[in-house]
Design a protein around this ligand. Structure first.
Ligand SMILES: *[C@@H]1O[C@H](CO)[C@@H](O)[C@H](O)[C@H]1NC(C)=O
Ligand SMILES: *[C@@H]1O[C@H](CO)[C@@H](O)[C@H](O)[C@H]1NC(C)=O
Ligand SMILES: *[C@@H]1O[C@H](CO)[C@@H](O)[C@H](O)[C@H]1NC(C)=O
Ligand SMILES: *[C@@H]1O[C@H](CO)[C@@H](O)[C@H](O)[C@H]1NC(C)=O
Ligand SMILES: *[C@@H]1O[C@H](CO)[C@@H](O)[C@H](O)[C@H]1NC(C)=O
Ligand SMILES: *[C@@H]1O[C@H](CO)[C@@H](O)[C@H](O)[C@H]1NC(C)=O
Ligand SMILES: *[C@@H]1O[C@H](CO)[C@@H](O)[C@H](O)[C@H]1NC(C)=O
Ligand SMILES: *[C@@H]1O[C@H](CO)[C@@H](O)[C@H](O)[C@H]1NC(C)=O
Length: 266
């Protein structure tokens, strides 16, 4: 994990050097990550169970080289069937438009999950590039959301999960970026979180649902999601749909290739 993070970090620094800082670096503001789904609730088995985070002030994810790693397992058994051990969201590599907030999603097929308790564990990693510390200090938060899978539960509802009576229960972390050091953010003391600003309205919910279908209908995912009905191909790549899972991975690969090239040149 640390090795992967180091490579990603190197790649991003190399990217800003090689591309003359292609990614616009946002210089200050409050960056916040909120876990919208899954929550401490009982869900019916889902072909596309949503894992959704909200990023507030999304361009700062790049400034802080932010990434989220996540795992999912049944009960106390980290290797249970259906477990995910290597979930990774390289937030800094997403298309970080300034639209507020940005929803970052992944989908897990829980149709075959046995009824019972499931643990969703996640860790946010960012760099604090304060002037008096070199190299930048890695900050890592962690938390878990324990949910129940049961046929008597309810389908996940992202609009309800962010409603005024539910938004306060989100797991949330906020950081105050006060300036930019050598290509990364300098953090002040952590401010209080404001998860209620991360509202999923019906339009955002249907856009996340469309992303779910696009994800399931990606040729690489088809065998995992045979039960999802896909639209007939229009010849358009599903990578055009929002924060597609393939775009960051291929971008990272390109960057790593570039770093290797730079190392060979150097
Ligand atoms: C989950 O929710 C139930 C009911 O609201 C509550 O009793 C329980 O403490 C919560 N568990 C966690 C881990 O938050
Ligand atoms: C966890 O699940 C795996 C795969 O089904 C099984 O082989 C193992 O015995 C389980 N471990 C525990 C502690 O239940
Ligand atoms: C990034 O997102 C914006 C707004 O959604 C979109 O207009 C733009 O085309 C996207 N850029 C890329 C490279 O996907
Ligand atoms: C497909 O749906 C059937 C019926 O609901 C279910 O039994 C099966 O586990 C599903 N398969 C997958 C891979 O999700
Ligand atoms: C999770 O965070 C808590 C509080 O910062 C810390 O005490 C704990 O060691 C962390 N756990 C892991 C597995 O990183
Ligand atoms: C996990 O999230 C809960 C709910 O927001 C919070 O009370 C708790 O302090 C968090 N734990 C850690 C280690 O951050
Ligand atoms: C970042 O580092 C500075 C200097 O060490 C420290 O004052 C500040 O509290 C740190 N911020 C966070 C969020 O850890
Ligand atoms: C963030 O830091 C700036 C500069 O130190 C300060 O003026 C501002 O009040 C802080 N914001 C919050 C919400 O703590």
């Amino acid at each position: 994990m640390n090795h992967a993070r180091f490579l990603a970090w190197t790649a991003l620094v190399a990217n800003s050097i090689a591309m003359g800082n292609a990614t616009p670096v946002a210089d200050s503001g409050i960056f916040e990550v909120d876990l919208i789904s899954p929550r401490n609730e009982t869900y019916t088995p889902q072909a596309l169970m949503p894992i959704v985070f909200a990023l507030q002030n999304p361009p700062l994810a790049s400034t802080l080289e932010a990434a989220i790693s996540w795992q999912l397992w049944e009960g106390n058994n980290r290797t249970s069937p259906g477990s995910v051990t290597d979930g990774l969201l390289e937030l800094a590599l997403l298309n970080l438009t300034s639209s507020e907030p940005l929803f970052v999603d992944r989908f897990v097929n829980t149709l075959a999950y046995p009824d019972g308790l499931w643990t969703f564990a996640w860790s946010l990693q960012i760099y604090n590039c304060s002037a008096d510390e070199r190299p930048a200090r890695l900050i890592s938060t962690n938390n878990t959301s324990i949910f129940t899978v049961s046929k008597s539960g309810q389908a996940p509802n992202l609009v309800a999960a962010t409603s005024s009576d539910m938004c306060g229960t989100m797991e949330a972390y906020a950081f105050n970026v006060t300036s930019v050091g050598d290509a990364c953010g300098v953090l002040g003391p952590s401010p209080t979180t404001n998860p209620c600003a991360a509202t999923v309205n019906p339009a955002a919910a249907s856009s996340i649902s469309a992303a779910a279908t696009a994800f399931a209908c990606d040729p690489l995912q088809r065998s995992v999601n045979p039960n999802v009905t896909c639209p007939t191909s229009t010849g358009k790549s599903s990578n055009g749909a929002g924060q597609s899972p393939m775009a960051p991975a291929s971008t990272l690969l390109t960057l790593l290739t570039m770093v290797t090239a730079l190392i060979h040149l150097g």
